[in-house]
Design a protein around this ligand. Structure first.
Ligand SMILES: [Zn+2]
Length: 170
């Protein structure tokens, strides 16, 4: 599986991550899944339609309650190392996707001064079938982006990111 973004969407992700630094940014990715039958091996491809930046609502209460619910070590209340997307934002994104004959493909967040590799916490709160894009920054500057999806053993496997020229530029 691969995920395809255009350059405009990609720049939006990076700008959001850089603007939110040193805190983690987060957002929702809308799109569709297409069958690519032109290849010898039939492969599915996720096509990003839109990026919806949302607020990181991580707070002291979540830091206290969530580790008990998902059974992980305690977390700090800092947004520099945690993120959480409000359920209302996910619901809104699902409605928006339906209106546009699309689906929620996944979610993105940033790792300020940390590699684009999911944490144990990222894994604990992840759902199957969704893409999890992580944008890595070093001192406010974008350094790396990776996309991850859970496999059947609930382990994250990386997926290919393809960036194509934005249609509006051509
Ligand atoms: Zn993370």
């Amino acid at each position: 599986m691969s995920i395809q973004l255009d350059s405009k969407q990609f720049n939006l992700l990076i700008r959001h991550a850089e603007k939110t630094y040193p805190e983690e940014c987060c957002g929702i990715i809308l799109g569709t899944i297409t069958h690519d039958t032109t290849r010898t091996l039939t492969s599915d491809r996720k096509l990003v339609l839109d990026i919806m930046p949302v607020q990181n609502i991580w707070n002291e209460e979540l830091a206290k309650d969530l580790p008990q619910i998902v059974d992980i070590p305690s977390r700090s209340s800092q947004k520099e190392r945690n993120f959480f997307i409000a359920p209302e934002d996910i619901l809104h994104a699902q409605k928006e996707a339906r209106n546009r004959k699309a689906i929620v493909l996944g979610f993105y967040h940033s790792h300020p001064d940390a590699p684009a590799i999911p944490s144990e916490f990222d894994r604990a709160i992840a759902w199957p079938d969704y893409s999890y894009l992580i944008i890595s920054l070093t001192e406010e500057q974008f350094t790396d982006v990776k996309s991850w999806q859970l496999d059947r053993e609930r382990k994250f496997q990386s997926e290919n990111i393809e960036i194509v020229e934005s249609k509006e530029n051509t």
